[in-house]
Design a protein around this ligand. Structure first.
Ligand SMILES: Nc1ncnc2c1ncn2[C@@H]1O[C@H](COP(=O)(O)OP(=O)(O)O)[C@@H](O)[C@H]1O
Ligand SMILES: [Mg+2]
Length: 305
């Protein structure tokens, strides 16, 4: 009898083991599927941001200079054999901030191009890959992004519209949001304190700097303003978009577009082309100054008031 009992226990153990193995395999399959979806989403986002030819950026010279000084140059210098002054290890986190449509995402593409030129890597994530479809998986994406960046150093990890992801903590915070912030803080402090320092810089962009969690903000040591364009920049932008000499717009165009971003100017230029095309049916090639004035009135009245 004791023998039979022993046999029963053994069969039960075998059954339990088989069940455990099957469950583990199923979990692994699900987890693999999630990881591959994450990898796909991150790659897609990266491709979206870095695709196409290098963007032509109008103005934002200070922002470019700061990006170069704080993000690109230290990474590149640390990648070479030359002896590096310890103070060049200044920044593991930088934040571009400013009104919408001023070129923050373009500047990220510009940074990606500079990193590419020097053999560095660029990893990107934003609302498209982080928030909608993969809700709850975001901390895993962040961990995977930083792990890839460390594997391919020197590299930049870019997260666009970071306020949506890492807003200030509050009672309404739910578990995934809290977990995400914890993961981010862990990654940022590991960039800051690891020895030897990883040649990785975290770069964020936001329209709402003050909505970002203060603990995260503190770890992003360099804050790079990306302000609204000057009148001159708006005039250059419209002339470039409409393929006209900038003299045609000097003075008056800057005056009527006060406070507009270059994204607004682009919308106004598109509208002017549509007005010209409606009138002359010539593919929008006969845009006049009064078409531009009309378009500015129509587009900017709604965005600037
Ligand atoms: N500095 C700039 N130089 C050239 N084009 C710009 C600039 N800023 C904005 N634009 C135009 O506005 C669009 C949106 O810019 P984007 O970089 O997405 O702004 P942000 O990320 O700051 O909201 C760009 O695709 C481009 O057409
Ligand atoms: Mg943007």
């Amino acid at each position: 009898m004791p023998k039979k009992k022993k046999m029963g226990v053994t069969v039960r153990q075998i059954v339990l083991t088989v069940v455990a193995v099957v469950v583990a395999m199923a979990c692994q399959a699900v987890s693999d599927a999630i990881v591959s979806r994450i990898a796909h989403a991150s790659r897609a986002e990266c491709a979206r941001i870095t695709s196409g030819t290098e963007p032509r950026i109008i103005g934002q010279r200070d922002a470019r200079r700061q990006l170069y000084r704080a993000v690109i140059a230290p990474l590149v210098a640390r990648g070479s054999k030359q002896k590096i002054h310890p103070l060049l290890r200044v920044c593991n986190g930088a934040l571009m901030y400013g009104p919408p449509g001023t070129g923050k995402t373009l500047l990220a593409r510009w940074t990606a191009a500079r990193m590419g030129e020097t053999g560095g890597a660029f990893f990107a994530a934003g609302p498209a890959s982080l928030q909608d479809k993969y809700y709850g998986e975001t901390p895993k994406i962040i961990t995977a992004l930083f792990a890839s960046a460390k594997m391919h150093e020197p590299s930049v990890v870019f997260i666009d519209e970071i306020d949506g992801l890492l807003g200030a903590r509050g009672p309404s915070d739910h578990a995934p949001a809290r977990e995400l912030k914890t993961v981010m803080l862990t990654e940022l402090s590991s960039l800051e304190h690891a020895e030897p320092p990883p040649r990785v810089v975290f770069l964020g962009a936001t329209n709402r700097k003050h909505d970002i969690d203060p603990a995260i903000l503190r770890r992003m040591r360099v804050h790079i303003p990306v302000p609204l364009p000057t009148a001159r920049d708006r005039e250059r932008a419209v002339a470039t978009l409409l393929d006209k000499p900038v003299e045609d717009y000097r003075g008056w165009f800057g005056d009527i577009t006060h406070g507009a971003s270059l994204a607004d100017i682009r919308e106004a230029a598109k509208h002017a082309v549509a007005i010209a095309n409606e009138r002359d049916d010539d593919g929008g090639n006969s845009v006049s100054a009064s078409d531009v004035r009309l378009a500015v009135a129509a587009i900017l009245r709604s965005t600037l008031t």
